[in-house]
Design a protein around this ligand. Sequence first.
Ligand code: SF4
Length: 378
Amino acid sequence: MIQAAYIHLPFCVHKCDFCDFAAFAGVQHVEREYCEILLEEIKQRLKQTQAQIKLDSIFYGGGTPSVVAPENMRFIHQGLLDLVECSNDAEISMESTPHSITKEKCEFWRELGINRISIGIESLSDDELRAIGRDHTVAQAYEGIEIACQADFPVVSLDFMYCLPTQTLDSWQKTLDQFVELASTMKQIRHVSAYGLELVGNSPLYSRFPKDSVAYPDDETFNAMRDSLIETLALAGFEQYEVSNFARPGYACRHNMTYWRNAEYLAFGVGAHRYVDGVRSSNLKSLTRYIREPLSVDLFEPIDQATRQKEAIMLGFRMLEGINLTEFENEYGVDLFVQFEKPIKRMLEQGMLKLENGHLSIPQKQLALSNSVIAEFM
Ligand code: SF4
């Protein structure tokens, strides 16, 4: 049964210097055309799938879905709900930038059924926001968060980035402290994602901060930043539940848990990646080409049983809860403990793994080293 759908809305007001997503500025004039093609893609792909579908989560990502005109958001969301069954308490998330949030839009999104807004804050330092080429300020970030919280979204999630050019351990701690203060007064802030900056080839960021620039924090500082993130958020009541994700108890992102539990999911729109009927596939990443051929794919990879098992291990160890050994055996027909007895026992002794209540997991302090653990299973 497929329970999750991702919808990609690629429109941005400004292209950030570090961004490698299928996100485009200056193409708002094709927004309606894109939405019509997107809905047609949804119809065609749903016709093709063998899977049973009842959605428990819908995720509008991008790009910046919050800049899409309300009539187009309604067109897509209503169109999707007319085509697939969706549970009454489904998690319906939307990504946004802080300065695209207004009271009127929030009222519209809430009325449409969106119950989780994820705001790209990235940093609470104006210098760092400028350094990475964001087009909003800290003051605008505060304003956007406040409007979203007043609109009473059940979950407001904030996205941060660390290991940014010009960022220091002190300035990152300052961002974290400011976040803690905000979260103590705004209870709707129930989720945080925080990723270390990943530099992509040909990033415009390199023109100001070349790859080997001393403006980037070194490895030791990166580790210290990650540690301070985990400690500070834990003290503020946000539990780490995945390498880069934190939530107040009970507010983990259901949609992303679908990915980490290696379940199948639908995805539509330019560049979108899906896992349906045992195949991982992705749409064309060029907007012009997607508009011409929305059903063409860049990637088409049938996943065999051995690969499924490996993916389940890789993804499962990203989560604090780790791998449920009984569920793993039921799903993949393999007793993981028996198949990897030697390395598992050794890593348990070394404290690189732990076994609790039938879950095999990486202890929180070791989670950053998950790659070396996972390598033992490949
Ligand atoms: S707003 Fe988000 S999606 Fe758009 S360019 Fe910036 S980082 Fe990329």
